[in-house]
Design a binder for this molecule. Structure first.
Ligand SMILES: [Ca+2]
Ligand SMILES: [Ca+2]
Length: 95
């Protein structure tokens, strides 16, 4: 019985510590922290010079950029950078 309480307490503590750190850090729908940070022209994707900025930030081990290395191979691929833009809603053709 006591062990369950301990596990619950640890779990609760873990959530308490992680939740505030995650919140407020550019938690926008469909976007990532990196997008908020590096999408300087706010067009919803990391493109042009922003890519260079992201790669530079990645080289500098900036957390937001490192987080984009989703397969953790230490390299930021174009796909991973593109993924920072979230799911692009490009289905709407010509309005
Ligand atoms: Ca952009
Ligand atoms: Ca990678």
């Amino acid at each position: 019985m006591k062990r369950i309480l301990t596990i619950l307490t640890i779990a609760a503590l873990g959530v308490a510590f992680t939740a505030p750190a995650q919140a407020g850090k550019g938690k926008k729908k469909g976007g990532s922290e990196a997008l908020t940070k590096y999408d300087t022209d706010a067009n919803g994707k990391i493109d042009g010079k922003e890519v260079d900025a992201v790669r530079a930030a990645f080289a500098a081990k900036e957390a937001a950029a490192v987080a984009l290395d989703t397969n953790s191979d230490g390299v930021l691929s174009d796909e991973e950078i593109a993924a920072a833009g979230g799911k692009q809603k490009k289905k709407k053709k010509n309005k």
